[in-house]
Ligand binder design. Structure first.
Ligand code: SAM
Length: 283
């Protein structure tokens, strides 16, 4: 353990802006076969998982991302039994998915076993549900898994890191087509789609590609303080169900999941887009 005094972590956004956080302690630093992994304790955000220099989760705000990725599709699909999460080795998305009693199995396909091991060690509140009997954890490339599996899913969630390195393929149309093919006839696919402020080309390309594959494609967003620009987008893609008209309010009220961001109002409001995002997607 290294004690640090007046040392700050800065994540650069597009090499033109950044987020700076004061470090309390560097808890772990290492290299997996896929990426550099740092776990840093901070004064403001608690412990943070940093991969290849990019913040993945912090204890203080991880709930926003994981709740919004998990509950929006799961309260739209009427009977989500088989759920697949690609990436997401911190376990936060699986934790939210398993709050739905209908889910028989949540399969996590993560390329980097070390991310899971380190998160189980340093973030037990986030990764704890990976040892739930309803969770299955596979260490494999998400694209290769979809290309070879014969399984079908009700919901597929892409909890990928940024489109660089091993995650790049998870932002391409070939991968999106494979996700479509591995869904049941009424399946839903949701992917994180980066910052609508800093990563406009990525979001627009994903939206256009996904709109050519799925009949229903809607972008929604959430406020996440430690992600670039603090506004983060998700793209909801569905073969049948609409996230607003098919939102199951009764099931939400009955399930009453313990959440800190998501609720029935946020579910609908998150699909209301500011004009700069509407214009970007309409172009
Ligand atoms: N919430 C995060 C974000 O948007 O910044 C995502 C966090 S999660 C830790 C991302 C995970 O995706 C990483 O653990 C990384 O190892 C994994 N990953 C990257 N490429 C992958 C691939 N091709 N297949 C499966 N997992 C992948």
């Amino acid at each position: 353990m290294t004690d640090l005094w007046n040392v700050w972590f800065t994540e650069l956004h597009q090499n033109r802006a950044g987020l700076t956080i004061k470090i309390k302690k560097l808890l772990y630093s290492g290299e997996s076969p896929f990426q550099r992994i740092d776990i840093i304790d901070t004064y403001e955000f608690g412990k943070m998982l940093v991969l290849y220099g990019s913040i993945m989760i912090t204890e203080k705000d991880e709930f926003v991302y994981h709740e919004m990725l998990g509950h929006v599709p799961l309260f739209t699909h009427p009977d989500p039994k088989q759920v697949l999460v690609i990436g997401g080795g911190d376990g936060g998305t699986v934790r939210e998915v398993l709050k739905h009693p209908q889910v028989e199995r949540a399969t996590l396909v993560e390329i980097d076993e070390m991310v899971v091991q380190k998160c189980q060690e340093y973030f037990p509140d986030v990764a704890g549900q990976l040892s739930n009997p309803r969770a299955r954890v596979l260490f494999e490339d998400g694209e290769k898994y979809l290309a070879t599996t014969s399984e079908k899913f009700d919901v597929i969630l892409c909890d990928a890191a940024d489109p660089i390195g091993p995650a790049e393929v998870l932002f391409q149309k070939e991968f999106h087509q494979m996700a479509y093919d591995c869904l049941n006839d009424d399946g839903i696919f949701v992917t994180q789609s980066e910052s609508p402020f800093f990563h406009q080309r990525t979001l627009k390309n994903m939206y256009q590609n996904l709109s050519r594959i799925f009949p229903i494609v809607r972008v929604y967003w959430a406020y996440i303080p430690t992600y670039p620009s603090a506004i983060w987008s998700f793209t909801f893609c569905s073969k049948k169900y609409d996230p607003i008209t098919d939102f199951d309010l009764n099931r939400y009220l009955k399930t009453n999941p313990e959440t800190n961001y998501y609720n029935e109002g946020i579910h609908k409001a998150s699909f209301v887009l500011p004009n700069f995002i509407k214009k970007l997607l309409d172009k």
